[in-house]
Design a protein around this ligand. Sequence first.
Ligand code: SF4
Length: 343
Amino acid sequence: MQSLSAFRKALLGWYERHKRDLPWRGTRNAYHIWVSEIMLQQTRVAAVIPYYERFLARFPDPPSLAAAPEADVLAAWAGLGYYSRARNLQRAAAAVTGAGEFPRAFDEIRALAGVGDYTAAAIASIAFDLPHAVLDGNVMRVLSRLDNDFSDIAAGKTRRRFQQRAQQLLHPSQPAAYNQAIMELGATVCLPKDPQCLLCPVSGWCEARRLGTQPRLPVKGRRQASLKVERAVLIIERNGRLLVWLRNHDSKLKGFYELPELEHLPSARPGPPVGEFRHSITNHQYRFTVHRATVKDVPEGFLWIAKADLSRLPVSTTTRKALACAAGSDSRVTKPPSRTNPD
Ligand code: SF4
């Protein structure tokens, strides 16, 4: 690339003028940066902001997170999904607390539970100004377009090459600002479907723009076909209490309370559906129908919980969605019928 220093200057100048005001911007606190980066994995920025603020208010530092009951941590995370992230965060908080301070070297940060190359580079550069380039989906898209590179970004060897390229481009003395700038460019200007090249500070360096190939980049390996799955979730109430079960085996949702599904409770008698919702996990697309139901005998493993207590317990996203569906249907039933004909 011609004039690397001019490229970095253009990108950093644009970032300074246009960066979004996000709650984790401007902090050098490694713990805060770490929590934000873990939450931002697979979750949109707008969804993360309230979780980030609540989580840090509840667990302001690694010792408070390490000492908390796991159920409290999962309850604070409930709704963000991918719960192994919360468990790893707590495990790593215990390691940091035991060591007495947050690790400051890339390899030590990388060794924390749940921290991969990307997160380690983000923490090392943003908190400690260490020259490690981040490479996430946004950065790969920008790089593939800057270099008009049609390699499959799902392939490990492409990723390794892009990591080297990202490292070449990184500003060696301003890694924190540079890393955030290139991610911001991918998130707000070099968009997947509609890159805003007219607004782009580095369009003069972009080969794909020069050749008109940017809409075809990046190239991603063929996706697995999604699997459609139908499930029935049951709302069974008795004396103001709900029947739930506590996940003990599934590694991802272990410790979460969930409404039963018909397949767990075949003896239940479901009524007609009161609503439905969809939920996607990796390549599975679930369609849940929600039913009020009754059951005579409750098998082992199920328990009755007062509805009011559910708000302070870790509850899975599908259970929240099912309860919202049922509440919506109740309000429709109790609302007085609207008059369609004023005459
Ligand atoms: S010129 Fe367009 S395609 Fe190239 S980096 Fe900028 S926004 Fe992306």
